[in-house]
Ligand binder design. Structure first.
Ligand code: NAD
Length: 417
């Protein structure tokens, strides 16, 4: 099956089924978790710069609000579909439970090519989207954040549009905002920092230091770029990176600070001096200690899993590994730090941002980073303790840890029928 034909929602359900069985989840809760609580589909007419109107399709999905308001990003991408957004919303339910922050899981997206939209078009599209989903979002209902194709500026438009409708400035409606609008210090690099923290913990499990370890990273956006920088600064050797336009390598280690400058100007990592081009697909099977997929879903499949030579995979992206690839990686002794743990640094600092907005009191960067280390290492330890207890792999361990926490909330609340 080609990667694009793999349905991410079915991939989520496949793992949930295994975890639920091993955990002994009762049938009623299993049925609830297999479904999504609410899905909204909206049509968005937008006046384009050429004077023509285009109608885009947008989604907002809430998988669960059992533990608190739904939480999850907004993705702008041509491959956005309802099932992809449903999968991403469910992963948010499990992720917020793994790091134990008081949120449920949500996600949104618009089918569009963000690289082909002018700034004005992107703003009009975002504002119309927010106006359409107004009734189901809010600081106590569902709190969006950035994801692929969206950024702090997009979040500022979300804040403004929502605030205009409710007739007051409501900065807790969205996280990942610019600092001057109630954003949190440390949010931009939070997901990358979570990758760093979990990579270090995973290396420790193998009895090896992170300093000197070799790293390959697929994707050089927010997650991949920041993870590269932080791993580089921690003494790891980033030897290969890629983006949509191609891949580069340098076995002696890439100068990540110079590469970030190059990527900001050239809008790609390709053509970077001090590197040689490589086949993008071979980045995933490059001989390194740590592989960080930080681009998109379904990259490590049954077709390439057996060729992966990394000792550790730290899943910066959501859903980069298919269910069919899991047992192959396990058989080859690859330690996988699953997405719902590895990339949870972003939602953890989003939680800190939401708390700061509601307190009206802002924390120092040092406090934020210390708290992030605390949350992520606790989540890592709890995931591996659950993995050992159920004699399973870390992905299913993380799912069981999350299931247990969400199920507990559901049992207290009961079913309203
Ligand atoms: P981004 O848009 O900032 O960057 C995506 C990067 O991946 C770009 O460099 C793009 O060129 C590259 N890319 C896309 N498809 C590729 C492919 N097939 N091969 C190689 N490179 C490819 O997005 P982001 O925010 O960094 O998100 C990346 C992933 O991390 C997504 O799966 C997202 O859901 C997940 N994630 C993001 C956050 C966050 O805080 N931004 C948090 C948790 C998880």
């Amino acid at each position: 099956m080609s990667a694009t034909l793999i349905n991410p929602y079915e991939a989520m359900q496949a793992r949930l089924r295994v975890a639920a069985q091993l955990y002994g989840l009762d049938d009623a809760l299993f049925k609830v978790f297999m479904a999504t609580n609410r899905s909204m589909i909206v049509s968005l007419p937008v006046l384009m710069d050429n004077g023509q109107w285009e109608v885009f399709t947008g989604y907002r999905v809430q998988h669960s609000t059992a533990r608190g308001p739904a939480k999850g990003g907004i993705r702008y991408d041509l491959n956005v579909s309802l099932d992809e957004i449903k999968a991403l919303a469910a992963w948010m339910t499990w992720k917020t439970a793994v790091v134990d922050v008081p949120f449920g899981g949500g996600k949104g997206g618009i089918v569009c090519d963000p690289n082909r939209l002018s700034l004005g078009e992107k703003e009009r599209l975002t504002r119309r989207y927010v106006a359409e989903i107004m009734d189901i979002i809010g600081p106590d209902r569902d709190v969006p954040a950035p994801d692929m194709g969206t950024d702090a500026q997009t979040m500022a438009w979300v804040l403004d549009t929502y605030s205009m409708h409710v007739r007051r400035t409501e900065n807790a409606v969205v996280t990942g905002k610019p600092l001057g609008l109630g954003g949190s210090l440390g949010r931009t690099e939070a997901t990358g920092r979570g990758v760093l923290i979990t990579a270090r913990e995973a290396m420790q499990r193998l009895g090896k230091p992170l300093a000197g370890a070799t790293v390959a990273i697929q994707g050089f956006g927010n997650v991949g770029g920041q993870a590269a920088r932080l791993l580089h600064e921690a003494g790891a050797r980033v030897v290969a990176v890629s983006d949509l336009k191609g891949a580069i390598k340098n076995d002696r280690g890439l100068d990540i600070h110079a590469l970030m400058k190059h990527a900001a100007e050239a809008k790609t990592v390709t053509g970077f001096k001090g590197s040689e081009p490589m086949e993008p697909a071979s980045l995933l099977t490059h001989a390194v200690d740590i592989l960080v997929p930080a681009a998109t879903e379904n990259q490590i499949t049954e077709h390439n899993a057996a060729q992966v030579r990394a000792k550790i995979i730290v899943e910066g992206a959501n859903g980069p590994t298919t269910p069919e690839a899991d047992p192959i990686l396990l058989e080859h002794g690859v330690l996988v730090v699953p997405d719902i743990l590895a990339n949870a640094g972003g939602v953890t600092v989003s939680y800190f941002e939401w708390v700061q907005n509601r307190q009206g009191f802002y924390w120092r960067e040092r406090e934020i980073n210390e708290r992030l280390v605390d949350y992520m290492t606790h989540a890592f330890q709890a995931t591996f303790a659950t993995t050992d207890k159920y004699k399973t792999n870390p992905r299913i361990g993380a799912y069981i840890l999350a299931l247990d926490r969400v199920a507990q909330a559901m049992r207290y609340r009961g079913f309203y029928a």
